[in-house]
Write a protein that binds this ligand. Sequence first.
Ligand code: URQ
Ligand code: ZN
Ligand code: ZN
Length: 600
Amino acid sequence: MSTSPKPVKKVPIHLQSAQNRVYIKNGQIVNHDRTFKADIYIEDGTIKFVGSSSDIVIPGGVRVIDAGGRLIIPGGIDPHTHMQLKFGGTVAVDDFYHGTKAAIAGGTTTIIDFVLPDKGESLVEAYDKWRAWADPKVCCDYAFHVGITWWSKSVADEMRIMCEELGINSFKMFMAYKGLYQLNDTELLDAFERIRSLGGVAQVHAENGDVIAKNVGKLLAAGITGPEGHELSRQEEVEAEAVNRACILAHQVDCPLYVVHVMSKSAGIELARARKRYRNRGIFGETLAAALGTDGTHYQHECFHHAAAHILSPPLRPDSTTPEFMMKLLANDDLQTTGSDNCTFNKDQKSLGKGDFTKIPNGVNGVEDRMSVVWEKGVHAGLLDPCRFVAVTSTNAAKIFNLYPQKGRIAVGSDADIVIWNPNATRTISKDTHHHACDFNIFEGMTCHGVPEMVLVRGRICVENGVVRVAEGYGRFLNTPIRPPYVYDVLEGKVSLKGDDRNGEDHEEQLNGGLKKVNLAALEIEIPYQEPISRALMAGNVAMPSEGSLASTPSGRARVESTRNQQESTFSISEELDKSGNRACIKVRNPPGGKSSGFW
Ligand code: URQ
Ligand code: ZN
Ligand code: ZN
């Protein structure tokens, strides 16, 4: 037997400029399914080589980057942004330039934004308008989902044009925003059926808009006009009911469904139950950086601007154990992706809702800090391993929306969207240093481990030594082809997912073998009981504002005297998920009508 070393095939490299040729050495590559040490060679925006330095000749003139001690991860994909969205009578201040610049600064190299037609507007016209806004400004690649904000035969016809001619494969339906975007169940079913026939992916904003409208009326009539009224009008079960209903409706017509911005424990549990019920076929869930990094206690802040700055829909939850719970759902593949829902408004814009919380423009920041927040609260906290981090910040979105493996993977042939990530460095988030156009940051003061030290967008070095150098208009529109195999192969039974094998692939070479997979069955989960607002109002448990009192508070909010009564309750997700019956998911030790004496 010969002991001589195997001959290595040297890859010849032809010298061009260091501008479009980059060699990254000594890094630890982390993909969603494995991690390994290798060098990377990039040319013209594409990864040309991944392997050992002994297999490649590096010529002069190539920019060589030493990534020793660093992780090399696929650029983040934020599947949920709203740059320069017209909403609530104003326009989000992060436009496609500032928004994508902020994204890149934080290690996100692809965004998927939403075309949201006005009621009665042609989908094609709205799409053209959005492309005209985005194309000259985007600094990174981007794709679009399209909102189905009204329903008619012409909308159904235009959905085909979207899929066949305009590079769209996903459509978002709203179960909330009554009178604006909301569809009823018949329309939802029609839309789901249409999407299924086109080979697309349905998305829902899951909140019961009818319940919200009723609650809003009661709250305003009772003088609850401040930001705290927002969450009160749409508590957890209002979200959970819609998640459950959407899953059932989509299943009735065999349509794949992606639930955007899952914000509460109850809604997450409903999604997990549906995935289990339908054997993980065609149901996916996204949560937000906001839900992982902060909570709804901010709605109680005495300063109107502070509270209003945290308003989005569905809202952050006052239960401060929610962020960790959502992270555990991500760890366990009960949720698949993280977005930001980046939709930023400044103080003067949020002030439109002073005296009426329904007029506060909805939206928060997140596109810049999503990666760091997920690393800090997930990996640094010991709940995610780095492979899973890559899955939930990049790869899963690429797979669901059919961008994989062009995006979401470090491999030969993939776009060179690469982040050199220092897991040991820290940075503290602040509005004073962020790259957004907005004047508030909901993660203010949070110190995060995990810093994107270098960010390459299709081979172009855009972040280096803390300096962000982007090129306006450099980003390209990405077509998202219909029938994503990751979605449709499972839905149509061509591929079956094995046991609890996340993403149906092996995790052999986990970076940190010491990390155990999170076992939700071992968790005791508490969901605080929330009293219906009508009962609290009738029982007089809410301190009504006396005349003039609104003016007497700096925030202009009605004051609520009592504090939240966190009644004892226990919930075991394993128990609930193992039940085959249709019982409500929340097991409350103290039933409704019990001892609650507070509004909260
Ligand atoms: O509902 C959304 O996703 C957009 C339109 C507004 N932002 C928000 O509050 N989530
Ligand atoms: Zn939404
Ligand atoms: Zn959104």
